[in-house]
Design a protein around this ligand. Structure first.
Ligand SMILES: NC(=O)c1ccc[n+]([C@@H]2O[C@H](COP(=O)([O-])OP(=O)(O)OC[C@H]3O[C@@H](n4cnc5c(N)ncnc54)[C@H](O)[C@@H]3O)[C@@H](O)[C@H]2O)c1
Length: 328
């Protein structure tokens, strides 16, 4: 099978490529990435001599490059996106460009070449939920500009399935953690701040809940959907592992033997959703996927990975040590 993976130099895309080539050594993968925020060239360094892996630098909005690559592949898996909610609040424009326009360009191409398309989406499209867990047919209710662009992309993908009979699958995942995540996100940021004995800013009360999934479990779920997912369907990927931010930070400090005095409460971010939650009954019952990594071992692996791979992050961590308060 020949895959075009877009956004493969980012956190989940790079883990997906490594995980796939480990489990399916006969697969061929082309990774197209624009080298935007979130990417790191070092993530896939180890593949430079593989003859079934190719890197192409480019933007998913470039229809000429996309058409050429899509014509050579069986399936496109789109990870490429602007992904950091805080940045979407400061400036939403790049999010519209990559997360909506870019998906449109990919869809036009898979329609033309009649290829399969997997769109990697997020639980944030359902917005904040009080008690219930969203199923696949829940109503979109995004709060942040980031989440709104991802919901919009999902609707575009569905429209290409319904209108043009394109072969599409949407996967929708909860918060991921693990190696190779950009240091501005909660878990790596906490690890690197704690390592340097710097204050760790906690938004609001720190009680916001997210359902955390180890990144390789997400990658396995995507592979299940690639092989067995039904066209026109979407699949939620979650493990029911809801933990609040403060508990996560305290857990990391305890693994690293650091004091909780490093914790500093700061003003909450605007529109900060309190809780995301989805059930993944469909994926588990229909495709047999189950998460394998419990949080205890996953978070320990993650802390150790960052502590042992300073070369990966040392040129990226500039700026994460200062907290800029939100303007009211
Ligand atoms: N991180 C999570 O917890 C999470 C959870 C659910 C879903 N997702 C989704 O998974 C996908 C990957 O997320 P991530 O955390 O790996 O993001 P990331 O920011 O780490 O990586 C995104 C990658 O996409 C590339 N990219 C962005 N715009 C591009 C464009 N126009 N053309 C080509 N490349 C472009 C960037 O250069 C980067 O390498 C995203 O679509 C995100 O919405 C992420």
């Amino acid at each position: 099978m020949k895959l075009l993976v877009t956004g493969g130099d980012g956190f989940i895309g790079s883990n997906f490529i490594l995980n796939t080539l480990k489990n399916f050594p006969k697969f061929e993968i082309i990774n197209l990435d624009a080298g935007f925020y979130g990417s790191n060239k070092l993530s896939l360094d180890q593949l430079s001599n593989y003859n079934n892996y190719e890197f192409v630098k480019g933007d998913i909005n470039d229809s000429t490059i996309i058409d050429n690559l899509v014509s050579k592949c069986d399936t496109v898996i789109n990870f490429a996106a602007e992904s950091f909610v805080d940045r979407s609040i400061a400036n939403a424009k790049p999010f519209l460009k990559s997360n909506i326009d870019g998906v449109f360009t990919l869809l036009e191409s898979i329609k033309k070449h009649q290829k399969k398309f997997l769109q990697i989406s997020t639980d944030e499209v359902f917005g904040s939920l009080e008690k219930e867990s969203a199923s696949e047919i829940f109503q979109y209710n995004p709060s942040s500009p980031y989440a709104a662009t991802k919901a919009c992309a999902e609707m575009l993908v569905n429209s290409y399935h319904i209108t043009y009979d394109c072969n599409t699958v949407i996967t929708r995942c909860t918060n991921n953690y693990g190696p190779r995540q950009f240091p501005e996100k909660l878990i790596p940021k906490t690890i690197l701040l704690a390592k340097n004995n710097k204050k760790i800013p906690v938004y609001g009360t720190g009680k916001n809940l997210r359902d955390w999934l180890y990144v390789t479990d997400h990658c396995d779920a995507i592979l299940s959907c690639l092989h067995h997912g039904k066209s026109g369907e979407s699949y939620n990927i979650s493990s029911g592992n809801e933990i609040d931010n403060l508990t996560i930070i305290k857990k990391i400090l305890s693994i690293m033997g650091k004091s909780e005095d490093l914790i500093e409460f700061v003003d909450d971010r605007p529109g900060h959703d309190f809780r995301y939650s989805m059930n993944s009954n469909k994926l588990q019952n229909e495709l047999g996927w189950k998460s394998k990594t419990n949080f205890e071992s996953g978070i320990e692996n993650t802390v150790n990975w960052y502590l042992n791979n300073s070369k990966w992050w040392e040129n990226l961590s500039e700026g994460i040590f200062e907290h800029t308060p939100w303007k009211k």
